[in-house]
Design a protein around this ligand. Structure first.
Ligand SMILES: NC(=O)c1ccc[n+]([C@@H]2O[C@H](COP(=O)([O-])OP(=O)(O)OC[C@H]3O[C@@H](n4cnc5c(N)ncnc54)[C@H](OP(=O)(O)O)[C@@H]3O)[C@@H](O)[C@H]2O)c1
Length: 301
């Protein structure tokens, strides 16, 4: 890597960011294509977000990823939004275009490309999505227009209902969108004839990796099961879906495809998705082996 005064700086801002795989993924892509770019990660507290955005301008940084808890709050400090970010009301990517900071969201396209790359195009299919938080919202905007039916199930029913109403208002009343509480009764009923199940809740995420949002009895061979959670890589939901013979897609695929879309916005180039995936898997393996070494060392003490 030949860093110089001309090197373009990209970075992630969020809180926390220490465990993010984005620096590994993006730097591997820059290196592979020989681009004079570098990607860093900055922990930015919510009360310093405004200062952080001023810093981006002052330092003329080129591109940003934005993660929790800043995806909505950052909008007020930007100069413009692309159409999708403006519809969704959330930003995960910023491009510094000649001093103007423009916000984008690549969550929806990331999920769509993860599905397509697993040969599970959701066009014309019935999709059941669990959760009505930030990621469900971004992805639902993309899916509602292309799926034959979108069913949103959420623990807090009112949030599912609100999301359905927003989607209808923005995208059109004729779309087939349903909202219901996330209960066994609705899961059983809606999964019977569904093609794709997406978990956009945090259920099953480390340290609660024994949890699953769906009983294994409702999983079957001709269902595609996509879990946004990527820690652990194989959640209990994905393990049980795999054992039921379903096609499974993990959260790392979503992370990579969403990062690939950000990469394209910053560089104008197609991202080397396989290189990014290899780099992420290598890092996950390293982290696992250093964690198990630590356990061994602790046991030896
Ligand atoms: N792979 C990727 O690239 C990627 C990208 C984005 C997010 N994610 C993952 O996706 C998950 C959701 O992220 P987000 O940004 O959408 O979070 P969020 O905005 O905080 O939403 C969380 C969602 O999970 C639901 N939930 C939380 N605990 C639950 C429980 N015990 N039982 C049932 N539902 C529960 C919430 O339901 P209520 O409304 O009832 O609270 C809400 O719908 C996280 O695990 C995140 O790490 C992955």
């Amino acid at each position: 890597m030949n860093l110089s005064g001309k090197t373009r700086i990209c970075a992630l801002i969020g809180d926390p960011v220490e465990h993010s795989l984005s620096p590994v993924i993006q730097n591997a892509a820059f290196k592979h294509l020989g681009l004079d770019y570098i990607y860093l990660a900055f922990n930015v507290r919510a009360d310093r977000l405004k200062d952080a955005v001023s810093g981006i301008r002052a330092l003329n940084m080129h591109g940003l990823n934005v993660t929790m808890p800043h995806k909505i709050a950052v909008i007020k400090y930007l100069d413009g939004l692309d159409e999708t970010a403006s519809r969704v009301g959330s930003v995960n990517t910023i491009l510094n275009s000649d001093g103007r900071l423009i916000g984008y969201t690549t969550d929806g396209v990331g999920a769509l490309n993860a599905l397509k790359s697993a040969d599970a195009d959701p066009s014309g299919k019935k999709v059941v999505i669990l959760g009505a938080g930030g990621s469900s919202r971004a992805v639902s905007f993309t899916l509602a227009e292309i799926a034959s039916e979108l069913v949103i199930l959420n623990r807090t029913f009112d949030r599912a209902k609100d999301l359905k109403n927003v989607l209808r208002r923005v995208l059109g009343n004729e779309l087939r969108i349903k909202a219901a509480p996330l209960t066994d009764e609705y899961l059983k009923k809606e999964l019977e004839d569904a093609d794709i199940l997406i978990n956009a809740t945090s259920v099953g995420m480390k340290p609660n990796s024994d949890d699953t949002p769906v009983k294994r009895d409702y999983l079957r061979k001709d269902l595609v099961v996509f879990d946004f959670v990527y820690e652990p890589l194989e959640t209990r939901l994905l393990r049980e879906a795999r054992l039921a013979g379903a096609k499974v897609i993990d959260g790392l695929s979503m992370l990579i495809h969403q990062g690939a879309a950000s990469f394209r916005i910053w560089t104008g180039m197609k991202a080397p998705v396989e290189i990014m995936m290899d780099a992420a898997l290598k890092r996950i393996k390293q982290l696992k082996s250093s964690a198990s070494n630590n356990v061994k060392e602790d046991a030896a003490l």
